[in-house]
Design a protein around this ligand. Structure first.
Ligand SMILES: Cc1cc2nc3c(=O)[nH]c(=O)nc-3n(C[C@H](O)[C@H](O)[C@H](O)COP(=O)(O)O)c2cc1C
Length: 154
């Protein structure tokens, strides 16, 4: 298996971009940028994402009872970059509000999905988080897309 070819092949699969958010036991917000968000089931409504076990926020997500999928619009590239870093102050200056489950929803997104974590499945160096969608919020705009390591808009 040629690992470099594997990476190139993965880059050829264009995706949207989401920021997955939650809170730790003390209520502090945590979040990271994800392209691994996928719809899983319609009935019941379920989604999943995959998080690197080496991520700074990994233990927070593993311990949390839920998460929010914030689907970014094409004007939110700065938010994507911010949440793709390891910075302490990722939420500084980012407009958020609490959802019904008390988890942070990023304002101005194409959609926010509030989820309860139902399963965590081993997946190599990542963990697959599966959640049932409890609330959906819809915004306006066109998507931020990611392809071959670069952002694109429509
Ligand atoms: C467009 C894009 C998509 C990404 N998708 C994922 C992903 O699905 N899973 C993941 O673990 N990291 C993903 N990353 C990398 C994380 O966002 C990055 O490692 C981040 O620093 C993790 O934050 P943390 O270390 O503070 O938890 C992606 C980065 C970018 C720019």
């Amino acid at each position: 298996m040629d690992i470099e070819a594997f990476k190139v092949a993965l880059g050829r699969f264009g995706t949207g971009v989401a920021v997955i958010t939650t809170r730790d036991g003390e209520g502090a917000p945590a979040g990271f940028t994800a392209s691994s968000f996928t719809s899983l089931s319609l009935s019941p409504p379920m989604v999943l994402f995959c998080l690197d076990k080496a991520a700074v926020s990994f233990e927070v997500f593993r311990a949390a009872s839920g998460f929010v999928v914030n689907i970014l619009n094409h004007q939110q590239q700065d938010i994507s970059n911010r949440f793709a870093s390891h910075g302490e102050d990722k939420f500084n200056g980012v407009k958020v509000r609490d959802g019904a489950e008390g988890l942070p929803l990023i304002e101005g997104c194409l959609a926010n999905l509030e989820c309860r974590t139902t399963d965590k499945v081993a997946g190599g160096d990542h963990l697959i988080f599966i959640g049932e969608v409890r609330q959906v919020h819809l915004g306006e705009g066109t998507p931020l897309l990611y392809y071959m390591g670069k952002y694109h808009g429509i």
